[in-house]
Design a protein around this ligand. Sequence first.
Ligand code: SF4
Ligand code: SF4
Length: 96
Amino acid sequence: MRPYIREKKDFSFSEVPENTSFEAGYLTTVNSGWRSIRPVIKEKCVGCEQCYLYCPDGVISVKDGKAAIDYDFCKGCGICAKICKIGAIEMEAERK
Ligand code: SF4
Ligand code: SF4
């Protein structure tokens, strides 16, 4: 049996949609209720879109050169904070 090889497609960064999964219609149930920490975007964000590409829930968008998080659907996993090379995302306690 031959392995399935996905067709190779070249695309530029400008072709990647910048909206969230909710805006695209893929998320319908708010799931933020069990989050204990939340990512907070700091002023030094340069809009590089790495966090957008790595967020497993697709809840980050990049608007006006800055990342923005849809807190209705963010589960607080912290992957975005780990992937941001300049430390522009800090995880903060949900309740203080
Ligand atoms: S990875 Fe960091 S610098 Fe890049 S868009 Fe996300 S928060 Fe901003
Ligand atoms: S904490 Fe997790 S779910 Fe929330 S924005 Fe970051 S990567 Fe996405």
